[in-house]
Design a protein around this ligand. Structure first.
Ligand code: PHE
Length: 473
């Protein structure tokens, strides 16, 4: 077993000092900020559209509040009690058990690297809209200009997507390398409440559109006939992605927490807020998509096609649009920084025997290279399709719906191998929280049985769908 505080791989390689969190509120906002991002606002709405609405949302809610929450708490506990990075923990377990558990560590870092590249491209899309709204402020014919903002310009220009993703990544790199992460976090904690208010305003406007009764029926009236072989896997993948699980991010995050912080309580709050934000996002986007925008609900461009249409219709819409995309980009930046920091702290003490500065730029250079694939998916790699899906769609699906669940299975194994029963029970139960005493057994049951069972079932059903589709052709 890996003992408490035995190891501090992250302590000398990250800029944040453990236990250095400022006020409690800032601390909670950051924990929430690390989970909330493009996954909630951009990805969730079109995944719901793709999977038919209400019934899928029910499956998502169930998985989020059982498996997602349980794994989230487990990752935070692994981080705090070992004080080490995932790569170091898995290597230690491998040495102790003489089994190749280090592959789980490597897999999760590989996923983080590719997800960072993919995430940077989508963050580049946000940057594009941000700059368009900014330029729009100086245009005489504002409404005409705003009306012309669309995704097609981006989709047809791989170089522009690559350039925007590079700018995003370089800004991340600058923040991490210069060690100004804490300053950035201060800005973010100030911006997050503004983002919240903005979202509520947009939500009220959006729900007053004539399409909202239809939307509410679509989202909250579960039609189980819409579920198919891939629904479980898609819901599982999204839950793990949106809660940032399976990538070692929360392990690193957990290692910053003080011993007296009750991690299950924190976990519950993060999971609840994250889930709530996802629901708010669909309520915000769908009424516009149903009434104003004529794009299919299943397209990754859904958010970017729908929201600008609403901003065009409302007074001061260009300011709202600009503020919204600035906030969304900052949230995306925060998520990217979390991924980059995790990658650097994991890799620098294992493979990259260089200083933090050089490790950071090596990681950024590799990520930049990887962004080429999603960025040019619609242009240079247009013909690289598989199962009628573009490269970027296949990348998303393989990473999030298949590899991430496998990595989370690994994380669960790591959890049980790195601590004994008394240890993890003690970390879960708090004297102040009666519910923790009642729930500890359920938590362990979910980690031991429900999570592995449903993760494996989700993957098997998706594979069955792939086989079925290729036989039908
Ligand atoms: N959870 C983030 C989101 O919803 C994505 C993310 C994944 C961030 C992994 C960091 C690490 O956007």
């Amino acid at each position: 077993m890996i003992s408490s505080g035995s190891n501090s791989a992250t302590s000398n390689s990250t800029t944040r000092r453990r236990g250095s969190w400022r006020s409690r509120i800032a601390f909670y906002l950051l924990a929430v900020g690390s989970a909330c991002g493009l996954g909630n606002i951009w990805r969730f709405p079109y995944v719901v559209g793709e999977n038919g609405g209400g019934a899928f949302i029910l499956v998502y809610l169930f998985l989020s509040l059982t498996i997602g929450l349980s794994v989230l708490i487990a990752e935070l506990i692994i981080g705090r009690s070992t004080g080490a990075s995932l790569l170091k923990i898995t290597r230690k377990i491998s040495v102790q058990t003489k089994k190749p558990f280090f592959w789980f560590g490597r897999l999760s870092l590989f996923i983080s690297l590719v997800i960072l590249a993919y995430y940077s491209v989508i963050s580049g899309w946000v940057l594009h809209f941000l700059t368009q709204f900014l330029v729009g402020l100086f245009h005489q014919e504002q409404s005409q200009y705003l009306g012309s903002i669309s995704m097609s310009v981006l989709m047809e220009n791989g170089l522009l997507q690559f350039a925007l993703a590079s700018v995003h990544l370089l800004i991340c790199g600058f923040i991490v390398v210069k060690g100004v992460t804490e300053r950035f976090e201060r800005i973010l904690t100030a911006v997050l409440p503004i983002f919240g208010i903005l979202v509520i305003l947009i939500l009220t406007r959006s729900l007053s559109l004539p399409s909202s009764p239809d939307v509410l029926r679509f989202l909250f009236y579960p039609d189980f006939s819409k579920l198919n072989l891939t629904s479980l896997g898609h819901a599982m993948g999204h839950v793990l992605f949106t809660l940032s699980l399976g990538m070692g991010v929360l392990v690193t995050f957990g290692s910053y927490f003080k011993q007296d912080e009750h991690l299950p309580t924190l976990g519950v709050r993060v999971a609840l807020v994250d889930t709530l934000i996802s629901i708010v996002a669909v309520l915000m986007i769908f009424p516009i998509a149903f009434s104003i925008s004529n794009k299919p609900l299943t397209d990754p461009s859904l958010l970017f096609e729908a929201l600008p249409k609403l901003f065009m219709k409302i007074q001061y819409g260009q300011y709202f649009g600009l503020a919204f995309f600035i906030c969304l980009w900052l949230a995306a930046l925060n998520a990217s920084i979390a991924l980059l920091e995790t990658l650097i702290s994991n890799l620098s003490d294992r493979f990259l025997k260089t200083d933090r500065f050089s490790s950071a730029w090596i990681v950024i250079a590799v990520t930049l290279f990887l962004t080429v694939f999603p960025a040019f998916s619609g242009t240079l790699f247009r013909n690289l399709t598989l199962m009628n899906q573009s490269l970027i769609e296949n990348l998303d699906s393989v990473l999030i719906n298949y590899l991430l669940p496998v990595s989370v299975l690994g994380m669960i194994v790591v959890f049980f191998k790195s601590m004994n029963e008394m240890d993890y029970k003690e970390k879960f139960v708090s004297e102040q929280s009666e519910s923790s005493q009642m729930l500890v057994k359920n938590w362990i049951w979910v980690l031991k049985w429900l999570a592995p069972g449903l993760i494996i079932l989700g993957i098997v059903l998706q594979l069955a769908a792939v086989i079925k589709n290729s036989l039908l052709k």
